[in-house]
Design a protein around this ligand. Structure first.
Ligand code: PHE
Ligand code: ZN
Length: 882
């Protein structure tokens, strides 16, 4: 609804008619300006008359003056795109209220009042997908971070905790299912074809955790009995045809509930737990109390339509949202600067959960890959911010890889320093101390100090300073003493607003290998806490090979100065799976960066191919790990190290190396593809591993022998019994100019016509392919009948994939940049949050060679010149140009 088109003065308030609307520039909110709220809301009752076009909402709040507040007599209620239809204080028409921009100011005389406000909502036209919106004929909400103010006027900040009662009434045929937070306490029929339900949530919560869902949904039901014997009814709600794809989500939920009891001692606290899948959603999922709302892509999975990666995504996100019940809901955030308090910790918890459900080392490698591809570039770019930011214009822009993934790494370092038992004592104390509160990162750190017995005084810098520390390690050997010294230096780079940095405490796990026996005398955890630090180890007769930052104990860029031979040695012998992977990655990285300037290094290329060949032959490692070891570093990661660089040149160097490896290992790769193809479908690690190496083998072969690879990929596609094989094969084919390409792409579309999540894959396969005509194809696909700019998954499947496809996005002509800028301008008025997420791709111009960088900047400037940009996009564009 547009403010301008609503009845402006429904309550007949004389002051409102001429209340000047304040101009709303993108004001900056500062962490240091935090003030406790002047008013609290102990209880709120929300009554909804539901309709897709029009929903009426009457909110009745018990407001009380906060003894810790500043005594302001005026109650400040946030609003966004809503108008006051009726306002009462203690059941009488409210007097003296006014609007300040979108917000409602209500002067109150006493210390406690009943405030009733009515608002009218238009879910069907809510394209922002914040507040109450319609998706596929159902009604659904999204309130984090500041969406509740699009439903009713409220002190919409996370430190106002209230008890919620929700009554919904609506047409029974349109909305047979009525869900909200907490427990269902009453239902009834109105006798006119409509019905109602009342939900009561006994747990105090902030407004961002409120949720409501109404629509034609069916449930996959199960139960879980908690450790203290509480029986919980579980349901995963989806649209009719999707029910058969919900078993994995349900299994993941049950596993999460059990795991949180065992790993963190956390028990579920309501009689019901509901998950709802919606097709139109800006993010992955949302942890609303007792009523998690999910993007369909993190709920629906079956072998035919979901890849193994999709299965892992479902398990991880179901876990993540469930774990928020404690790390987020029972203990929430005092203000949005504390976002990493819940997100960093919850990401760590979901990573630990997934590691326990599958393979720990493989999970670690995957998580580090994501960190390097998404967080490192952010940390070294114009949008860099600490995991606890100091300011923001639009909080939606701060749901970042830094807050989430680096936030998790920071808490993981505490885990590493304390060890598992003491870490658990720390988290126990945190949950115990702050249950029911809106807490801060500082509260968490203090609990860790007290509970895990750590001194974190210097460690707090990890919360304050942005930027990925650059660490170097240089080893010297003193023959006469038999002593090895590791000389470390660290430097935290300057980031926007933080020109100078202090040294941080960096926990680095090392092992010193004997070259001949291939063994080491035990791991050590070193704390590098100054800009220079030396560590000496005795008892060596010759220089050892040093394996450093094992398990990636610290989120840093480490230059360990290992020579090629050392890297080859570690790639073959390291008993830390991550370190083994890392050595091979370093060797490849060195070759790729070097080859851009000096052409390929034959000896090193040979060593890489040999090492990869050894990985293929090594019977000690499983296929899941083998698949990781055979993967080359991502271009985004390489670009970080090479910047400023020509990304297309980097891409070609990477393809050339793939071709070299593919040629050298042709027979091994074919044998691997054949061995893996013989293993029947299953969800066990062995079968999953086989599928992973199967497609990896094809990818390597493609660069070397496209004809052979195409024939194999075509056969793999045609005989595929599952999406992992099918998508893998089609991904390979989509990049090769072979006859089967268009036939099989058409087959894929026809086969899955009507399944939105698979059609997303169809778009992504083409936008992400190695085909030199990608940009033409993306342009054509944007005109395809199945393309819609209204569905965020669809937009991302086409345009995010293209933006991440370096060879296409960085096309010399600048056309890729222009397409993304055009999209942003078109999408911004409809869905600002999703539009703003495209800006960082263009914002990376400083990492790119000058010619392309100028084109990227020009597109940012074109966006910046648009008159009515959203706050979201405005903030990102302005910062990216600075
Ligand atoms: N809090 C959600 C999560 O991390 C993410 C989210 C943020 C969803 C904002 C919607 C809006 O689980
Ligand atoms: Zn989260």
């Amino acid at each position: 609804m547009d403010i301008a088109s609503t009845p402006s003065n429904p309550a007949g308030n004389p002051e409102m008619a001429d209340a000047a609307v304040e101009p709303h520039d993108p004001a900056t909110t500062m962490r240091k300006n935090y003030q406790p709220p002047a008013w609290l809301v102990s209880e709120i009752r929300l009554e909804f008359e539901l309709g897709l076009e029009l929903t009426k909402c009457v909110a009745t709040m018990r407001v009380e003056r906060n003894p810790d507040g500043d005594g302001d007599q005026t109650l400040h209620l946030s609003g966004d795109n809503i108008a006051v239809m009726n306002l009462k204080v203690d059941d009488a028409d409210a007097e003296g209220w006014s609007m300040s921009g979108p917000n409602l100011l209500l002067p109150l005389s006493g210390d406690a009042h009943k405030v009733t406000v009515e608002t009218h909502l238009h879910p069907a036209t809510n394209s922002q997908l914040m507040g109450l919106f319609a998706s596929n004929g159902m009604l659904c909400t999204q309130c984090e971070a500041e969406g509740f103010r699009r439903i009713t006027f409220f002190p919409d900040r996370p430190d106002v905790l209230s008890r919620y009662t929700v009554r919904m009434t609506g047409d029974k045929a349109t909305f047979p299912v009525l869900l909200s937070n907490g427990n269902l306490v009453e239902t009834g029929e109105n006798g006119d074809g409509s019905h109602w339900a009342v939900w009561d949530d006994p747990w105090l919560k902030p407004s961002y955790l409120f949720a409501l869902v109404a629509g034609q949904l069916v449930a996959n039901r199960d139960t879980f009995t908690t450790m203290s014997g509480r029986k919980v009814d579980l349901a995963v709600w989806v649209r009719e045809g999707d029910l058969e794809r919900t078993d994995h989500a349900m299994r993941s939920l049950i596993n999460s509930m059990k795991w949180d009891e065992e790993a963190f001692g956390r028990e579920y606290d309501l009689d019901q737990f509901n998950i709802v899948a919606v097709a139109d959603f800006n993010m992955g999922a949302m942890e609303n109390k007792g009523l998690n709302i999910f993007n369909t892509r993190y709920v629906l999975a079956d072998p035919e339509t979901a890849t193994d990666g999709d299965y892992d995504g479902v398990e991880g996100v179901v876990g993540h949202e469930y774990f928020h019940n404690w790390s987020g809901n029972r203990i929430t955030c005092r203000d949005w600067f504390q976002l990493s308090l819940k997100e960093g910790f919850t990401v760590l918890r979901d990573q630990m959960f997934s590691a326990d459900m599958g393979s720990e080392p493989v999970k670690r490698i995957e998580d580090v890959r994501v960190l390097r591809a998404a967080q490192f570039p952010e940390d070294s770019g114009p949008l860099a911010h600490p995991i606890r930011p100091d300011s923001y214009q639009e909080i939606s822009n701060f749901y970042t890889a830094t807050i989430y993934n680096k936030g998790a790494e920071v808490i993981r370092m505490m885990h590493t320093m304390a060890g598992p038992e003491r870490f658990r004592e720390g988290t126990d104390l945190y949950f115990d101390r702050h249950d029911g509160e809106a807490a801060t990162c500082e509260d968490f750190v203090k609990s860790m100090e007290d509970g895990a017995k750590l001194d974190l005084s210097q460690f707090r810098l990890w919360y304050e300073q942005a930027g990925t520390p650059k660490v170097t390690m240089h080893a010297t050997f003193d023959q006469s003493e038999g002593a090895v010294t590791l000389h470390f230096t660290q430097k935290v780079p300057a980031t926007p607003g933080q020109p100078t940095k202090q040294p941080m405490p960096i926990p680095i796990k090392v092992a010193l290998f004997d070259r001949d026996s291939g063994t080491h005398g035990g791991e050590q955890l070193l704390m590098v806490d100054k800009s220079k630090a030396d560590f000496t180890f005795k008892g060596f007769t010759r220089p050892p090979v040093i394996s450093a930052n094992r398990g990636f104990t610290a989120p840093i860029q480490l230059d360990a100065e290992n020579n090629d031979d050392d890297l080859v040695f570690l790639a073959a012998h390291d008993d830390d799976a991550f370190a083994r992977y890392e050595s091979l990655q370093q060797l490849v990285t060195r070759e790729l960066l070097g080859s851009i300037e000096n052409g390929p290094d034959e000896k090193r290329r040979g060593a890489i191919a040999d090492a990869m060949g050894a990985v293929i032959d090594d019977a000690q490692i499983d296929d899941l790990m083998r698949g990781e070891l055979l993967m080359l570093p991502t271009l985004t990661f390489l670009l970080e190290l090479a910047a400023p660089a020509d990304p297309v040149a980097l891409h070609h160097a990477r393809e050339r190396l793939k071709a070299h490896i593919g040629l050298r290992l042709r027979d091994k790769l074919i044998a691997l593809h054949e061995r893996a193809s013989a293993i029947p479908y299953g969800l066990d690690a062995r079968a999953r591993g086989a599928r992973k190496v199967k497609t990896q083998a094809l990818v390597m072969l493609t660069a070397a022998d496209p004809k052979e690879a195409a024939a194999r990929a075509e056969a793999q596609y045609r005989s595929a019994t599952n999406m992992t094989d099918r998508q893998g094969a089609l991904m390979v084919l989509a990049g090769i100019g072979c006859p089967a390409r268009s036939e099989l792409l058409a087959d894929f579309h026809a086969r899955f016509d009507g399944n939105a999540l698979v059609i997303d894959k169809w778009f992504a396969l083409q936008a992400g392919s190695l085909d030199p005509k990608v940009l033409d194809r993306v342009e054509a696909l944007a005109q395809h009948a199945d393309f819609t700019i209204k569905n965020p998954n669809r937009v991302r499947s086409l345009y995010m994939t293209m933006a991440g496809n370096m060879a296409a996005f960085h096309d010399e002509s600048g056309r890729g940049y222009r397409m993304i800028a055009d999209l942003v301008l078109q999408l911004d008025p409809l869905n600002a949050q999703t539009a703003a997420r495209f800006i960082p791709w263009l914002g990376r111009w400083r990492k790119i060679e000058p010619k392309r960088a100028a084109l990227m900047r020009a597109e940012l400037e074109r966006i910046a010149a648009a008159p009515d940009l959203s706050k979201d996009t405005r903030e990102q564009v302005t910062k990216s140009l600075d």
